[in-house]
Design a protein around this ligand. Structure first.
Ligand SMILES: C[S@@+](CC[C@H](N)C(=O)[O-])C[C@H]1O[C@@H](n2cnc3c(N)ncnc32)[C@H](O)[C@@H]1O
Ligand code: SF4
Length: 362
């Protein structure tokens, strides 16, 4: 059964570091939501295993629009999803909106926290303060039904190590269930001049604080208290089906043995007018195994090589032999039937992925 992703591309303000597609114009919200309904109605699916409303900033839309959107989803989806996540920013998630989310069965709120240091937040161009974060977490918990994730960033150039670690230490004391910790990526021009500066990463320190506080790493950037991993996101890393609705959303479905990806490209107006382009990519069966491996290595459990060779009728022996250098360098290991990154290898995910990709097509 596929999952459903809905993209809300509006933000109150554009953060200086963020390269994701979003616009600050909100006067198109109603038309955009009607266009989402148009695509939901066209979809042949009426059951979604998990649902994720992401952005942009879904919490910027008005209470009326939020209710309209959630009502429509509840009419289309004929089952209770295993997990229903909603992405929000601390300053725009009001008590009223939290109540609406609860009424329509949202089970998980992912909050964009980034830092609990007000100077860092200002430097990044965020419009919330640490106080907003504490307040909103209290509101959410008073509602009593939600799992909470907090997104944060580290390895931000010019931000001292102490500020990141004290944010983390404060964050793990809060009543939350999950942390997504992203190392800074240079997606915009903001601080591009620091890109090639050899900077020590805080990856192990971040991982250490989270693990010591009971948040177990299950994916390179994701940490959860026991049982609270994101079921929706796991489906992406396990190459399972999902439908993406909205501008810049992606879908992945299987057609017979082919894996098909669709990307909605264009801007908000083109999506509203139904004039956006849908870019389709077909991945034949023989090319799927390498995708499963490179995506799967993001997860701590890695990939089961016996299941993969059975599924794709592929003899892994030669491929594994040719990865010798990666084992030798301590980047990869075999645990039971699974091929996994080592703790050291997690620092070099991109390198390992590229190496395996090149090796597969050699
Ligand atoms: C695209 S945002 C959407 C959620 C929400 N609007 C927010 O601001 O948190 C999802 C997450 O991506 C991460 N992110 C965005 N730009 C990033 C960058 N340049 N480097 C690292 N993480 C980034 C942030 O942690 C952010 O919370
Ligand atoms: S980080 Fe979030 S709020 Fe900031 S611009 Fe990106 S999507 Fe919008």
């Amino acid at each position: 059964m596929p999952s459903l992703y809905i993209h809300i591309p509006f933000c109150k303000n554009k953060c200086r570091y963020c390269g994701f597609y979003s616009e600050t114009i909100e006067n198109y919200t109603e038309q955009y939501i009607s266009a989402i309904f148009r695509d939901l109605d066209r979809s042949e699916y009426s059951q979604f295993e998990t649902i994720y409303i992401g952005g942009g900033t879904p919490s910027v839309i008005s209470e009326d629009n939020l209710e309209k959107l959630l009502k429509k989803i509840s009419e289309i989806n004929k089952i209770t999803p295993l997990e229903f996540s909603f992405e929000a920013n601390p300053e725009s998630l009001t008590k009223g909106k939290i109540g609406i989310l609860k009424d329509y069965g949202v089970s998980r709120i992912s909050l964009g926290v980034q830092s609990l240091d007000d100077d860092v937040l200002k430097f990044l161009g965020r419009i919330h303060t640490s106080k907003d974060v504490f307040k909103v977490i209290e509101y959410i918990n008073n509602c009593g039904i939600f799992q909470i994730n907090c997104d944060l960033m580290y390895d931000i150039p010019r931000i001292e190590k102490d500020k990141v670690l004290s944010t983390l230490k404060e964050l793990v004391k809060l009543p939350i269930h999950h942390v997504s910790a992203y190392n800074y990526s240079f997606d915009t021009d903001f601080m591009k001049e620091f890109k090639d500066v050899d900077q020590k990463t805080l990856f192990y320190e971040v991982k250490g604080v989270l693990e010591d506080s009971g948040f177990h790493q299950y994916e390179i950037s994701n940490f959860a208290k026991s049982g609270f991993h994101s079921k929706h996101n796991m489906k992406y890393w396990k190459m399972e089906e999902y439908i993406g609705i909205g501008i810049s959303a992606h879908s992945m479905l299987y057609d017979g043995k082919d894996r098909i990806r669709f990307a909605n490209e264009g801007d908000i107006l083109s999506f509203i007018k139904n004039e956006h382009s849908i870019v389709k990519e077909t991945i034949a069966l023989e090319d799927q195994i390498i995708e499963d491996i490179v995506f799967g290595l993001r997860m701590n459990e890695g990939v089961n090589i016996i299941s993969l060779s059975d599924k794709y009728f592929y003899n892994m022996d030669n491929f594994l032999k040719n990865m010798y250098n990666l084992f030798q360098e301590g980047l990869l290991e075999i645990r039971g039937e699974n091929l996994c990154l080592t703790n050291y290898g997690q620092l070099f995910l991109d390198y390992v992925q590229q190496y395996l990709w090149d090796l597969f097509y050699l």
